[in-house]
Design a protein around this ligand. Structure first.
Ligand code: P53
Length: 476
């Protein structure tokens, strides 16, 4: 068997708001991440009305990558990274989001950052919107419920495609655009789309409307990228949690199929440029009155993505219940526990085989190159007196996932571009705002309460991943 091709993109992934800090440096505006406090497992992050005194906003400083990126990229280079996935903080380029002219200091920061990567032969892989849209667009426009955001986003996309076309080839538009399928909780609608719901508001159609505007914006960005430089490759970014039926009862199977429909129709629109019929029929059944114009349909059809980027952390399980005769999936109540797999300390189900299944599912559906742009194990790490961390559990998690990934490539013939594990350096958790939920190969001395020296050190997994890359995935 041939294994991974010689230019397989091994690397690591982060997002601007979770590591940069420097929340007011270089003219940066306030983003949605800047108004979210620290939570914990089972304690939701609070979304405050602007930045309030006396609250703990972990993203304001994060791990201070804004000032320390040279040291960090040097460590990535030492691990042998071929690529580095991060995002451009929209608020560094357009601090409010609705300006007509970009902020030069923000543009310069990413020029310097990308140059630093390229110096080591590390190719930047860039997400345009990763849970960090300008907060001003929330307060002034209601976030993505407003069609005007399409123009603001496309302007931002065109500016950065034009500026960085010689430095960045691989892009993604909206990070985990399908998280908002979980619209009953406040986190996903706010981080995906800047949506704040009114008490009693019917949340579901608002979510579909916001997602539609984002999908149109994404398609227009893809089209613009091709016009700016046909060599650019633009992907979507999907949070893949495959949903299994709890049993082989036919209705459990149908429930799982409906659940997959409800979580992954976003991919159909990105890849095929049109809505799948099942979701259109669902909109009709529920009498959702959505603003989807003929012009939008044309835009969608002209902006199909080049590849599918996706995150994989866990699988889900669902089952049919008597009180749900139409087998509608509601992520806040339709999920049950999988008796066959273990869970992380944060309740995430650990399922390496699910990664192989996901790769095959995407490949069977879409026949587009795939890119695993997030995967990893959020765990509590203990720093030993000599400064090292024995994170053997992380090595085990990743090795198990990599073995399944390898089977998908070698045995199943899936076209996989690369693998960038999440949080290659410890950073602020998106879901909980904690530092304690660590993913890195590099330990960062910083605690939930904001204390710590911010010093970096190598964990045991650092040398392990270095070897994985060096052997092109042969040494697992
Ligand atoms: P944290 C939910 C389910 C799957 C992935 O997550 C998710 C989420 C949101 O929490 O987010 C992605 O930090 C996301 C990253 C995030 C990472 O997974 O909650 O793209 O920004 O940090 C891990 O443990």
């Amino acid at each position: 068997m041939s294994g991974f091709n010689a230019n397989f993109m091994w690397g690591g992934a982060v997002a601007a708001h979770q590591l940069e800090g420097g929340w007011q440096e270089g003219g940066k505006g306030i983003s949605v991440a800047d108004v979210m406090t620290a939570g914990a497992h089972g304690v939701a992050r609070e979304i405050t009305d602007g930045v309030l005194p006396g609250k703990n906003y972990p993203n304001h400083e994060a791990i201070d990558f804004y000032h320390r990126y040279k040291e960090d990229i040097k460590l990535f280079a030492e691990m042998g990274f071929k690529c580095f996935r991060t995002s451009i903080a929209w608020t560094r380029i357009f601090p409010l989001g609705d300006e007509t002219q970009p902020n030069e200091a923000g543009l310069q920061f990413y020029d310097d950052l990308f140059d630093e990567c390229l110096k080591y032969g590390i190719e930047p892989v860039i997400t345009l919107s990763h849970f960090e849209m300008p907060y001003h667009l929330v307060t002034e426009y209601g976030g993505w419920r407003n069609r005007k955001l399409i123009d603001f986003f496309v302007r931002f996309a065109k500016v950065v495609f034009t500026r960085y076309q010689g430095k960045v080839k691989y892009w993604m538009t909206f990070n985990e655009i399908n998280n908002q399928a979980n619209y009953h909780e406040d986190f996903a609608p706010f981080t995906n789309s800047g949506l704040k719901y009114q008490p009693g508001e019917d949340r579901e159609p608002v979510m579909y409307q916001a997602a539609h505007y984002e999908l149109v914006a994404s398609a227009l960005a893809v089209k613009a990228a091709r016009e700016i430089n046909p060599a650019l490759q633009i992907g979507c970014m999907i949070a893949m949690c495959p949903i299994y039926p709890l049993t082989c009862a036919p209705n459990d199977m149908m429930m799982a199929m409906n659940a997959m429909h409800r979580r992954y129709w976003f991919t159909d629109v990105h890849v095929r440029g049109k809505y799948p019929q099942h979701i259109l029929n669902y909109f009709t059944r529920r009498e959702f009155d959505l603003d989807i114009t003929e012009e939008d349909r044309v835009a969608l059809s002209e902006g199909c993505v080049d590849y599918i980027g996706f995150s994989y952390y866990m699988s889900f399980v669902t089952k049919a219940t008597d009180d749900n005769p139409q087998l509608d999936y509601d992520e806040s109540k339709s999920l049950v526990s999988n008796p066959y797999v273990q869970k992380s300390d944060w309740g995430w189900q650990i399922d390496p085989v699910g990664l192989r299944y996901s790769l095959n599912w995407f490949w069977d559906h879409y026949q587009l190159p795939l890119f695993i742009v997030e995967n990893g194990f959020g765990a509590i790490d203990v720093q030993l007196p000599d400064g090292t961390v024995d994170d053997s559990y992380r090595i085990e998690y990743m090795a198990a996932h990599l073995r399944e990934m390898k089977k998908a490539v070698e045995e199943d013939g899936v076209d996989l571009m690369g693998y960038t594990p999440w949080g290659c350096i410890d950073l602020v958790s998106a879901g909980t705002g904690e530092m304690k939920k660590r993913y890195g190969f590099i330990y960062v001395d910083k605690n939930n309460d904001g204390s710590g020296t911010l010093a970096r050190s190598r964990k045991k997994s650092f040398a392990w991943y270095q070897q994985v890359i060096k052997s092109n995935g042969e040494s697992l």
